[in-house]
Structures are given as C-alpha cells and as structure tokens.
Write a protein that binds this ligand. Structure first.
Ligand SMILES: *[C@@H]1O[C@H](CO)[C@@H](O)[C@H](O)[C@H]1NC(C)=O
Ligand SMILES: *[C@@H]1O[C@H](CO)[C@@H](O)[C@H](O)[C@H]1NC(C)=O
Ligand SMILES: *[C@@H]1O[C@H](CO)[C@@H](O)[C@H](O)[C@H]1NC(C)=O
Length: 269
C-alpha cells in the first residue's frame, strides 16, 4: 500500500529541499547552522548526500515495518533518479532506526538521527503514539527544523493546522490517504442519511495494532466520538476486551437490554 505513495512523497521532499532557506525560515529556536547540514561537501557539487532517517518498527508484524518500507524507499530513489527529479550527483543515505512502535524508543531514535547522524529529513514513525512524540520536537531540530514525512498520523490531532511554530506538529507532513477523521465523516454521513441519532460502538481497544500500534481502535473511537458530539448524536461504547469473550452474548445484553431499555424509556417519556 505504502509504495504507491512514494513517488509523490519524494516529490514533496524534493520540493521542500529546493525551496531552501531563502524562501522559508522554519527554525523555531535560535540554533547555529551546523556544517553537517550541508548536502554537498564544501566547494563541490559531487558526492552530495541527503541523509534520511527512517524510524519504523523492525518487527514484520507491522504494516509499515523497516523490512517492508526500506526496499520501497530505495526503489523510489531509483525512480526519481530515472525521471531526473533527483539530480545525478545527489544520492540518499537511508539510516534505519527501530522504534519498536513505542513512543520512548521513537524519541531516542529521533535524537540519534539529529545528534549523531545529522539527518536532513525523517521518514516515519507510523505508530500514532511514537509519531506524536517525535512530531512535537522536530521543529527544534537544526537551524531550519527537520521535516518529518509519514503516512501515519490517523488521529484527529494530526490533522490540525501545522503552519507556524506555535502549532504542535509543525514540520510534520502527512502524506497518507487515510485518517480517522475520514472514517468519522463517512460514518456520520451514513447516520444522517438514515436519520439515526444514537450509536453504540463495539470495539477492541488494541484492534488493528499492526496499523498504528497501541490503542489504534481506541484512538479511532475517540475521533468518531468528537464528530458525533458535534452533530448531537448520542453514543456509548463497549470495549469488547472487557466482555466475557462471547460477542453474541455481549451484543444481546448491550444492544437488547442496556440500550434497548434507554430507547424504550425515551419513547415512553
Ligand atoms: C563520497 O562520500 C563517501 C562517504 O562520505 C566517501 O566514502 C567517498 O569516498 C566519497 N567519494 C568521492 C568521489 O569523493
Ligand atoms: C446541537 O444541539 C445544540 C443545543 O441543543 C444546538 O445549539 C446545535 O445547533 C445542535 N447542533 C447540530 C449540528 O444540530
Ligand atoms: C455464545 O453465546 C450464545 C448465546 O448465549 C450461545 O448460543 C453460544 O453457544 C455461545 N458461544 C460460545 C462460543 O460459547
């Protein structure tokens, strides 16, 4: 799925780089320009290298793991070279970091990418909690901030405006197709179409763990809840992890008894 987005994703990167420091000043704190920030060696246009940190989990259980993404990034590099989007004298150096889909490992990986390896750009993380931690600090990396490009970031917070230093996730670029907000808008449209105004969520807190890590379904639920509140749709939720393991029984109890009662009471009252 991800490899589809890569060529446009590279375009974004090239666009960012070619804008250069003359057009935008992105730095959110005073910091001296480090000599390692240069892409080409001094007084030379040969052997120019873009150091790109790739921060993703190494375990193949994740949809966006290092094993799956690194080869795709390398293919994308070949492709943009072939199309002469990337000049011949510039190459990428891919530096992989395993964030274990965990917020603290991701933060340490980002610090290494910044301090030890002087990355020009960061790809990933894709797990929401890991992305939140790294996404908040990249604007302070280097004199111009360090762009972070990800196909993750599904939760509501990542969709807020990111155009100034005051914005929480400034310098973060979401290039993925999907977000929980879109799922929310879709489900709201269905609710409105049928004039439904009460919803009961059944969800597994860590469902779809392989997509965005810890609490993926819980975060999706929170985003949906935000939409429903705004639209005056009442909702309740049932975490299936807390049930007795028999979904049929849970549904009969929750829909038929608990919420059925409320509806009946509302109808009578
Ligand atoms: C290019 O850079 C690499 C890594 O910094 C170095 O090993 C290599 O010798 C350089 N090549 C030339 C032609 O300068
Ligand atoms: C939701 O309810 C509030 C208070 O009753 C009302 O002011 C608001 O317009 C309603 N919003 C929608 C989207 O119906
Ligand atoms: C789940 O509950 C239903 C209804 O009580 C019952 O018919 C079914 O056998 C149960 N399933 C399992 C796997 O226990």
């Amino acid at each position: 799925m991800l490899s589809w987005h890569l060529p446009p994703l590279m375009l974004c990167l090239i666009l960012l780089l070619s804008l250069g420091p003359h057009v935008i000043h992105a730095g959110c704190r005073e910091e001296h320009r480090d000599s390692c920030e240069a892409i080409c060696p001094p007084n030379s246009l040969h052997n120019c290298t873009i150091r790109a940190a790739v921060i993703l989990p190494a375990s193949p259980i994740y949809e966006m793991s290092l094993q799956k993404i690194l080869p795709a990034l390398e293919l994308a590099e070949q492709q943009i070279k072939k199309q002469q989007i990337l000049p011949k004298n510039v190459k990428f150096e891919w530096m992989a970091y395993d964030d274990k889909c965990d917020a603290s490992y991701a933060a340490v990986s980002a610090m290494d990418a910044y301090g030890k390896d002087c990355a020009h750009v960061i790809f990933g993380p894709a797990c929401d909690y890991a992305l939140a931690t790294v996404g908040r600090i990249i604007k302070y990396f280097r004199s111009e901030g360090t762009p972070l490009i990800t196909v993750g970031g599904f939760t509501f917070d990542f969709q807020k405006p990111k155009t100034t230093c005051l914005d929480e996730f400034y310098m973060l670029l979401r290039v993925g197709m999907l977000s929980f907000r879109d799922i929310g808008m879709f489900s709201l449209a269905v609710m409105k179409k049928f004039n439904w105004n009460h919803a009961l969520y059944f969800y597994e807190r860590n469902g779809y763990y392989s997509v965005a890590g810890l609490h993926t379904c819980h975060l999706a639920m929170n985003t949906l809840a935000e939409f429903y509140r705004d639209a005056n749709i009442t909702y309740s939720s049932f975490v299936t992890d807390s049930g007795n393991g028999n979904l049929t029984e849970d549904m009969i109890r929750e829909i038929g008894v608990s919420h059925g009662e409320k509806l009946a009471a509302a109808a009578m009252g």
